[in-house]
Design a protein around this ligand. Structure first.
Ligand SMILES: Nc1nc2[nH]c(O)nc2c(=O)[nH]1
Length: 378
């Protein structure tokens, strides 16, 4: 689905909070620069438009909601991260439009291309959501409150390592683990007190031992990371090329291929497929998505237990309802279940809020718990 041409942007963005962007989660505290890094503190002054409105991209709905754990909130409505060797910030103008600032890059034009690809800017979210809303009145209602929840197109290796860290884990621990891995890459700079690194290469990752990962808090996932890195290194064409080649395959082949790697199951494989491998109809199914599906999409399955076969039934139901970009619809429904986001919903959906409250502490472990520190189901 192609995006319509954007209108020209207004003047320099400010950090005003007057736009109707939902409140942000509390930003993580900056880690103060070590002496080694103190000389390169960047003070961004120039911002350029990405040509995405807030309805096409909401930064607070896209960055801290479980797709990536590598971008940091570096200011009000501002997020910073690295794409390859490019260090970039994104920020909402007070009218909601998105602007970018390149802090560090070997090539400004390559940085911009990497950014546009990462943001999937050739895909029109508003057009797509129009179709979803026509097919599903509940989606139409939720969409009004969560405009701009976009699916990213991440680097496959980065995405894979992040989601290996995500299984049975909460967002704060996942972020710490991902920060540890990131710190092994080349240092790119400091923005607002946060240090940023390029993601380490497969060769660099191969030097990390299971013991070092265990000491960094990876627990049983340590052996999955080293095992997966070794398996990738043994691919005849190289692990990075192998992962990139999955972008051209059919979804089932992609999932089957990813599931040959240690520690990768159906849910993690679906997240990697959706968030990095152009598999727009991949549907990650965990207990929370299962609940959404059995309440709204496949009520005939309510009461059954979640098996791989039934995960397939749920994924099929999503695709039947929303079509070839069903994974993007799943993303909105997933985000709308996060307690931090659910709290923003008006009384129209209060019955749903009440029924999830009745489910009691279980709801606290939802995808939601990504923010509150509960478990993410694998
Ligand atoms: N949009 C989604 N993000 C996720 N993060 C995570 O761990 N699971 C999911 C998911 O199912 N959807």
């Amino acid at each position: 689905m192609k995006r319509a041409r954007p209108t020209p942007p207004p003047a320099t963005p400010t950090t005003s909070r007057s736009s109707p962007i939902p409140p942000l989660p509390t930003p993580p505290q900056p880690r103060h620069s070590s002496k080694k890094h103190q000389k390169i503190i960047f003070k961004p002054t120039n911002w350029a438009p990405v040509n995405l409105t807030q309805s096409e991209l909401s930064l607070p709905l896209t960055f801290p909601t479980g797709q990536t754990f590598r971008w940091k909130q570096t200011g009000p409505l501002q997020y910073t991260g690295s794409l390859g060797r490019h260090l970039i910030s994104l920020k909402h103008h007070q009218n909601g439009d998105v602007y970018y600032q390149i802090h560090h890059s070997p090539s400004q034009s390559a940085a911009k291309s990497a950014l546009l690809s990462f943001l999937n800017t050739n895909i029109s979210l508003t057009e797509m959501w129009h179709g979803f809303a026509a097919a599903d009145s509940r989606f139409a209602e939720l969409a009004q409150h969560f405009k701009g929840a976009r699916v990213l197109r991440q680097d496959p290796l980065e995405c894979l390592i992040q989601f290996l860290c995500s299984s049975n884990n909460n967002i704060s621990r996942i972020t710490k683990m991902v920060d540890f891995v990131s710190s092994l890459g080349d240092h790119l700079g400091n923005v607002e007190g946060f240090e940023f690194h390029a993601f380490p290469s497969l060769e660099r990752l191969a030097l990390v031992t299971e013991q070092q990962l265990r000491e960094a808090g990876f627990g049983y996932r340590a052996k999955y990371v080293t095992g997966t890195v070794n398996a990738l290194q043994s691919k005849p064409e190289g692990g990075v090329k192998w992962l990139e080649s999955l972008r051209k395959l059919q979804l089932q082949m992609v999932i089957d291929s990813l599931c040959t790697l240690p520690g990768i199951g159906l849910k993690v494989a679906s997240c990697i497929a959706l968030f990095s491998l152009d598999q727009h109809h991949a549907i990650p199914v965990d207990t929370h998505v299962w609940r959404i599906a059995t309440t709204h999409l496949v009520p005939e399955l309510a009461g059954a237990s979640l098996t791989p076969k039934l995960c397939g039934r749920v994924a099929d139901a999503f695709v039947t309802k929303y079509g070839k970009y069903a994974g993007w619809a799943q993303t909105l429904l997933f985000i709308a279940e996060l307690p931090s986001q659910k709290a923003l919903l008006p009384s129209v959906t209060v019955n749903e809020k009440k029924s999830s409250k009745k489910r009691g502490s279980k709801a606290q472990r939802g995808p939601s718990s990504t923010e509150e520190g509960g478990q993410q189901a694998d």
